[in-house]
Design a protein around this ligand. Structure first.
Ligand code: SF4
Length: 400
């Protein structure tokens, strides 16, 4: 992991973005913002799932009219997503919004952009300046346009990345001229490789915080891969101050996946159990896939980041489960449970789920009382040695 790049820090309603602040998770509601009850309900669900900031669309005046009530009820800071109508930004600022997302390219009159910037400065509200692949524009200035043509790559992909960063430069010039620097940046594309290159380029060029995201990533099944490939690469390179994973789905899934991604990189501490499980193979002797699914549901009730391993045998399982606080190694009809490396119980197959859950609950309670500490990857599990069967074959697990 490359150490995180330090950027200028902005404050979004008390959530810090950039500098040495943790990478913030954000998402966007899919409700009509004017429907206050549904919007607040979704914001609460997102916050409950671990979302730090929520963006809402405000295409109409009735949407900004709903903001005071939404802001009053929201447990997290709210961002107004503004396109085309600068009035919506001014109304959102008046309502007490915590951040504005603005694309100066679709607000044609420069004076209107200046008014939004002035209003944000007065209230100490930061602005995200976003460039999407579809919104790159030629430079307005003829001389700059001619100079730009000579420097653009002939490779269409590279040219697109260059145009995106050039467009961002043009937008940022407006903010510089207004001496307004509480800005964060985004450069989104549907193409993971363009996202990676665009953010890499922006991270070299600007010291402003970066909002990572793909646009139109698709349903979770495919969007997840694109998002992890692009955002994961950037995060591993120390790039990114806030992330939004976007799916054509319930936005709660975006937050769950963003949280898991940040936890994988050690950029966020787990607050819930972590479940590791073997993929199963020809040695498996129980329906481990079902057991894992059942364990996952059960663990959702525990609010301590216990590391739990569900393994199909003792052949490779112990090594792979090393570091788990509570682990089960399942064999034909039986399972052996370990707690921080100590074998505690041997149970029958029909007892596995409840027994493992009981051990997890008991362990979590001891953690909460300060009697034990969560594992730090140093727990070593030494399994019982497999004994050969009478036909010479190696059994999958050995039960005492
Ligand atoms: S733990 Fe055992 S059953 Fe599971 S994948 Fe590894 S060897 Fe196969």
């Amino acid at each position: 992991m490359t150490p995180r790049r330090k950027t200028h820090q902005i404050n979004v309603g008390g959530v810090l973005i950039g500098g040495d602040a943790p990478v913030a998770i954000q998402s966007m509601t899919s409700t009509y913002t004017y429907d206050i009850d549904k919007t607040v309900a979704q914001i609460r669900n997102l916050a409950e799932a671990g979302c730090d900031l929520v963006r809402v669309a405000v295409p109409k005046k009735e949407d900004t009219a709903a903001l005071p009530s939404i802001l009053e009820q929201s447990p997290v800071p709210i961002i107004a997503d503004v396109h085309f109508h600068f009035e919506r930004a001014l109304e959102a600022i008046d309502a007490g919004i915590h951040k504005i997302r603005l694309n100066p390219g679709n607000i044609k009159d420069r004076k209107q952009v200046d008014r939004v910037i002035a209003a944000c400065r007065d209230k100490g509200i930061p602005i995200r300046v976003g460039v999407n692949e579809g919104s790159v524009v030629e430079r307005q200035d003829k001389n700059l346009r001619a100079a730009q043509k000579q420097t653009l790559s002939e490779n269409p992909r590279d040219r697109l990345v260059q145009l995106m960063t050039h467009t961002l430069e043009d937008y940022l010039r407006i903010f510089d001229e207004n001496d307004f620097h509480d800005v964060c940046l985004s450069l989104k594309s549907i193409d993971a490789t363009i996202v990676i290159d665009a953010y890499r380029a922006a991270s070299k060029q600007f010291d402003l915080p970066l909002h990572l995201g793909l646009t139109h990533a698709g349903p979770p099944e495919t969007g997840r891969i694109r998002s992890v490939a692009s955002l994961g690469t950037l995060l591993a390179e120390g790039i990114g101050d806030t992330v939004r994973i976007s799916y054509a789905s319930d936005p709660v899934h975006e937050v769950e996946d963003a949280k898991e991604l940040l936890c994988c990189f050690g950029l966020r501490n787990r607050v819930e159990p972590e479940l590791i499980a073997c993929p199963t193979c020809g040695r498996i002797e129980i329906d481990l896939i079902k057991l894992v699914a059942d364990v996952r549901l059960k663990l959702a009730t525990i609010k301590t980041p216990v590391k739990v391993a569900v393994m199909g045998c003792v052949v490779n399982g112990p090594g792979e489960a090393e570091g788990a606080d509570v682990a089960i190694f399942a064999g034909k009809g039986r399972g052996i449970i370990y707690v921080q490396g100590e074998q505690t119980r041997t149970v029958t197959e029909d007892q596995m789920l409840e027994a493992l859950y009981e051990e997890c609950i008991a362990f979590a309670a001891r953690v909460e009382k300060g009697e034990v500490q969560l594992s730090n990857h140093s727990v070593s599990i030494v399994p019982p040695a497999p004994l050969p069967r009478s036909d010479g074959s190696i059994p999958l697990t050995v039960m005492k």
